[in-house]
Design a protein around this ligand. Structure first.
Ligand code: NDP
Length: 451
């Protein structure tokens, strides 16, 4: 980076850190984007004059609210709810809701910021937002989850709407939670609109939305592999997580001919040297989505599999790594293991699962590497398709949705190549994704004046 550009990055980040002290995930996410786009911004001084980066790193609105609820024993609990509406430059705010005890303002702001550029990449008209709560759904009964969701929505409803802000699921928020949230929204507003996505098929949902993030991730990774004449066929794949994204990434990778060796949760990981098959996959879907069990039960059911408590799957050698659990789950030592194990491609299903130091190791070793904002955008893209179907009062077949999803992932990949191709022919997907998303958002902000 040239001196002037480096000084610009340092000055910008210095001010941002002073304004947002201690928000480490938010600052990490912003730094990655700013380092990618700074050469472009400094070459186009009107973007500096208009303070585009300063504006897009200050959310348009943040709502923080109390969420009181009562458990099955009659005890009262108080959680904290958030909605960060980061940018409406290219469409109504759009982004998931996360229920996890780690949720705080920094995590909400990082996710809403990332979502802004991810949504721009999908080619659909959606702004960026994120929301959630430090509520932990683990071990709660259905009724407790329902009471919590109703209390959460009793405040959130004022800030969302089909043309204003359309939330979806994320960690800890799946079909069950979206149902309870939608039910309460409908009851308060007395309207049946597409204000949430990830809805059930019989009440306005889209076919293939549950599968979309994981499938889209594999479609994107296929494109990456193709740049080196490779494919999923016969490859060993390690996946972290065992939730929505991990499940369908595993299913698609398997159906593309790969051997899926690992899955995990926050307690540990399983390694199945024989790989998943359709029957084992069905077991995982039942275990996680119906019985809400833990991944260690897989190793009890299939004795050839081993369970490693308290560990992540990255020390098992693989060809393709798909982190699908949470932020910063691939650290320096994990990245070193991934490289040492002969991996050729790391494609992110989770948001920001790889630390900056780990990214440098992975990129430095010449592996294909894609950031989540590009490779996991299939989920929000299909949410965008759900919004279209709701507006048209139509339902598309899964083949139609799958065709759109594939095309969108191909278009995102092409955008990454357009802005991320290095002179030696290799591709910097981080730069490509950040530039493509930023240019679109910056143009829309310029067109709409100082707002
Ligand atoms: P789920 O809640 O369905 O699954 C999350 C999985 O990750 C669980 O297996 C969970 O284990 C594990 N996990 C969560 N937090 C941690 C942690 N701190 N340490 C270790 N493991 C953890 O979430 P999703 O699959 O929906 O989301 C996974 C990732 O993908 C997130 O980063 C999310 O932001 C991202 N994403 C999701 C999209 C979607 O459509 N759902 C779209 C785009 C991105 P445990 O059960 O033990 O908590």
């Amino acid at each position: 980076m040239e001196n002037f550009t480096q000084r610009y990055v340092d000055g910008f980040m210095g001010e941002l850190e002073a304004r947002n002290p201690g928000e480490k995930e938010f600052l990490q996410a912003v730094r990655e984007v700013v380092e990618s786009v700074a050469p472009y911004v400094t070459e186009n001084p009107q973007l500096m004059d208009q303070k585009i980066l300063e504006r897009v790193t200050e959310p348009e609105r943040i709502v923080i609210f109390r969420v009181p609820w009562m458990d099955d024993r009659g005890e009262i609990h108080i959680n904290r709810g958030f909605r960060v509406q980061n940018s409406s430059a290219i469409g109504p705010y759009k982004g998931g809701i996360r229920f996890h005890p780690s949720v705080n303002l920094s995590i909400m702001k990082f996710l809403a910021f990332e979502q802004t550029f991810k949504n721009a990449l999908t080619t659909l008209p959606m702004g960026g937002a994120k929301g959630g709560s430090d509520f932990n759904p683990r071990g709660k009964s259905d009724l407790e989850v329902m009471r919590f969701c109703q209390s959460f929505m009793t405040e959130l409803y004022r800030h969302i709407g089909a043309d204003t802000d359309v939330p979806a699921g994320d960690i800890g928020v799946g079909g069950r939670e979206i149902g309870y949230l939608f039910g309460q929204y409908k009851r308060i507003r007395d309207e049946f609109t597409g204000t949430l996505t990830g809805k059930g098929i019989s009440w306005g949902g889209s076919l293939l939305r549950p599968e979309a993030t994981g499938y889209g991730l594999c479609y994107f990774a296929e494109q990456m592999l193709a740049t080196r004449g490779e494919s999923f066929e016969g490859k060993k794949v390690n996946i972290s997580g065992a939730g929505n994204v991990a499940q369908y990434a595993a299913q698609k990778a398997m159906r593309l001919g790969a051997k899926v060796q690992t899955l995990s949760d926050s307690d540990g990981f399983i390694y199945d040297p024989e790989g998943l098959d359709e029957e084992k996959m069905e077991y995982v879907l039942q275990l996680k989505n119906i019985r809400r069990g833990r991944i260690k039960e897989y190793a009890q059911k299939y004795p050839q599999a081993q369970y490693f408590p308290g560990e992540r799957p990255w020390r098992i050698p693989c060809d393709i790594a798909l982190p699908c659990a949470t932020q910063n789950e691939i650290e320096k030592a994990d990245a070193e293991n991934i490289v040492k194990g002969g991996c050729i491609c790391v494609a992110e299903g989770a948001n920001m699962p790889t630390t900056p130091e780990a990214i440098r190791i992975i990129q430095g070793a010449g592996l294909l590497y894609s950031p989540g904002k590009a490779s996991n955008a299939g989920g929000v893209a299909t949410s965008g398709l759900e919004m279209s179907q709701n507006s048209m009062r139509q339902s598309w077949t899964s083949e139609e949705v799958d065709r759109y999803l594939r095309r969108i992932m191909q278009d995102i990949h092409a955008a990454c190549l357009q802005y991320g191709k290095n002179p030696d022919g290799s591709v910097n997907y981080v730069k490509g994704a950040n530039m493509a998303g930023f240019i679109k958002v910056a143009r829309a902000m310029t067109d709409q004046g100082l707002v």
